[in-house]
Design a protein around this ligand. Structure first.
Ligand code: AMP
Length: 284
């Protein structure tokens, strides 16, 4: 497995792979890899001839008060996991390698980035779309795999790819949970065992919303169901950023015509912000 530290090395490798007629599957990550990331690498491995993983904690998507400095990192373990899952190359640049010091170009999606995480983390999606656009130009993927764990991010990336004509197929990978239901996340390591136990309420309450909506077959009971979920999360000691449901296509308020719902939560336990979601498709 090759490990590249510079943009130039990665792009030369990717272009050579393309010239040799090989398809490229790409998995961008911020490292501290877990089974959720591995499931994405496995999908890329199945789809493409050459698999490239990036491990880069992207400073431009963190706010000034956020956890960029303390974001967990374990380079050796990440490399071992990538190798074990058949990655051909890993791109792991130092922070200073990724952006030119006087860079002035941003890629911004202006609609789907607005609500949910975009509302509480105003610079977040601009950082994500900019770094992913750069990574696409460097890794030249035919396929790029993103997790439904970050549902809004997946929708924003799909929109960017469509709007800017990137020749990339974006694949959404199912959200991977721990055996107790907690969505796997690199940030779970910040949780004390007590916080972790209480954080299970997020998934349970989102499942409660799913059950109510699926039983009704429509959004009639949505507000009541969300109110119950919010009470349960608050009772568990979670500080709610949002617990809400939006139309899966537009990320606007759901209507009776909505074909799908994104029921999504962002909740702090202690200082750790966790996100989770359930996707509900209506049969029309
Ligand atoms: P991150 O390293 O958190 O930036 O995540 C890198 C990619 O892995 C993103 O596409 C995430 O959506 C995906 N991912 C992270 N956690 C999970 C999970 N529990 N299940 C599925 N995909 C995940």
């Amino acid at each position: 497995m090759k490990i590249f530290k510079t943009r130039r090395e990665l792009q030369s490798f990717a272009l050579a792979e393309k010239r040799a007629g090989r398809t490229i599957g790409f998995v961008p990550t911020m490292g501290y890899l877990h089974a959720g990331h591995m499931s994405l690498i496995d999908i890329a491995r199945e789809k493409a001839d050459t698999v490239i993983v990036s491990v880069f904690v992207n400073p431009t998507q963190f706010g000034p008060e956020e956890d960029f400095d303390r974001y967990p990192r374990d380079f050796e373990r990440d490399m071992a996991l990538c190798k074990e899952h058949g990655a051909d190359a890993v791109f792991a640049p130092e922070t200073g390698e990724m952006y030119d010091a006087d860079a002035t170009t941003w890629v911004e999606e202006k609609k789907l980035s607005g609500p949910l995480c975009g509302a509480s983390r105003p610079c977040f999606f601009r950082g994500v779309t900019t770094v992913v656009a750069k990574l696409f130009n460097l890794a030249q993927p035919d396929f790029a795999v993103f997790g439904w764990k970050d549902a809004q991010q997946l929708l924003v990336i799909r929109r960017m790819v469509r709007d800017l004509d990137f020749p990339v197929t974006v694949i959404g990978a199912p959200l991977v949970r721990d055996t107790d239901g907690l969505a796997l996340s690199s940030r779970n390591r910040y949780l004390s065992s007590d916080e972790r136990a209480r954080a299970l309420t997020i998934h349970k309450s989102l499942l409660g919303v799913r059950k109510r909506i699926e039983e009704a077959g429509n959004i009639g009971a949505l507000e009541t169901a969300l109110a119950e979920a919010r009470s349960a999360v608050s009772a568990s000691g979670g500080r709610i950023d949002y617990v809400t449901a939006l139309d899966l296509d537009t990320l606007e308020a759901p209507t009776p015509q909505s074909e799908g719902l994104l029921v999504a939560a962002a909740v702090f336990y202690g200082t750790t912000r966790l996100i989770d979601n359930e996707v509900i498709q209506f049969k029309k």
